[in-house]
Design a protein around this ligand. Structure first.
Ligand code: SAM
Length: 292
């Protein structure tokens, strides 16, 4: 029986054997607590028939647990220095493939069709590099991958913003961009002590479950996100003032913006943070003709 990778002793042994030094710029904070890893994998609800896509396997702590609990794991790792280490630590597992690539540049759709043919249930599971959590999640969702969802560790502050409900101070364009595609929930708060080295911020695990169809039907998704970003540009401003100052030629089109707000039953003096995604959807459809 192999010793788990994710213990302080084994992790230190591996790092020493390879003379590995952490790169802060790559968000390298490795998990050294097997219990936390088991819980992360539990939240993904994998079966023996599932496939798992991991981003940033590090020295393989999470990869190992995914390999034990799924049919196949494919992991994207940007840091070449980790490849020989992973080949060693994951050698007992025949169902793991490591791809040396920046996830932001990867054609994940293509990798899925090559690596997961015949696998119907696919989850992304990751302890994300904190310097790029948001771009990674948004890319995976915008790529419309055939996945059931994403379970990932990230900064607690970002998790709070992703899962936020209207009317809270955390609710903003990020909450909308992600909840448009998924149901978002924070499932676990994680202390700094389970990482090596310890990060400066608190962490959380979120589960994003893909909706069968987006929460609201809109004519132009890109424009919906443009309208939401504009609406939150200055949080203390009303929706009317934000839209007229942020949308192209918005000042000249203030009358049309007022009309669109009235037509959709949204009081122009409300602030963006009080609008539901459905309201933003109706508003963006009503504004579309004026701005596009
Ligand atoms: N999964 C390991 C664990 O939990 O111990 C390591 C997690 S560590 C927080 C993040 C990992 O992502 C590192 O291995 C880092 O090299 C890798 N990484 C950073 N940026 C990446 C990118 N753009 N694409 C793929 N991997 C990346």
């Amino acid at each position: 029986m192999n010793k788990d990778i994710a213990t302080p002793i084994r992790t230190k042994e591996i790092l020493k054997k390879y003379g590995f030094s952490f790169k802060k710029s790559l968000g390298q904070n490795f998990l050294i607590d097997t219990n936390i890893l088991h819980r992360i994998v539990d939240f993904a609800e994998l079966t023996e028939e599932s496939g798992a896509i991991e981003i940033g396997p590090g020295i393989g702590a999470l990869t190992e647990q995914l390999a034990k609990r799924s049919k196949k794991v494919t992991a994207f790792e940007i840091d070449q220095r980790l490849l020989p280490i992973l080949a060693d630590t994951l050698s007992p597992y025949q169902n793991v493939k490591i791809i040396h690539q920046d996830i932001l540049k990867a054609d994940v759709q293509q990798v899925i069709s090559e690596e997961f043919a015949g696998i119907r249930d696919l989850m992304v599971v990751a302890n994300l590099p904190y310097y790029v959590t948001t771009p990674i999640i948004l890319k995976l969702l915008a790529d419309r991958l055939p996945i059931r969802g994403i379970v990932c560790m990230l900064q607690k502050e970002v998790a709070d913003r992703i899962a936020a409900k209207p009317g809270t101070k955390e609710y903003g364009s990020l909450s909308i961009a992600i909840q448009y595609y998924t149901e978002a929930e924070t499932v676990m708060i994680v202390p700094k002590t389970v990482f090596m080295p310890q990060p400066n911020v608190d962490s959380a695990v979120i589960r994003l479950t893909k909706r069968e169809k987006p929460i609201v039907e809109v004519k132009d998704e890109e424009f919906l996100f443009q309208v939401t970003r504009a609406s939150f540009a200055q949080r203390r401003k009303t929706i009317l003032n934000n839209l007229s100052s942020q949308l192209p030629s918005g000042k000249e089109k203030k009358e049309q913006i007022i009309e669109a707000l009235e037509e959709t039953g949204i009081d122009p003096t409300r602030r963006g943070e009080t609008l539901t995604i459905e309201e933003f959807g109706r508003l963006s459809d009503a504004l579309l003709g004026t701005f596009k």
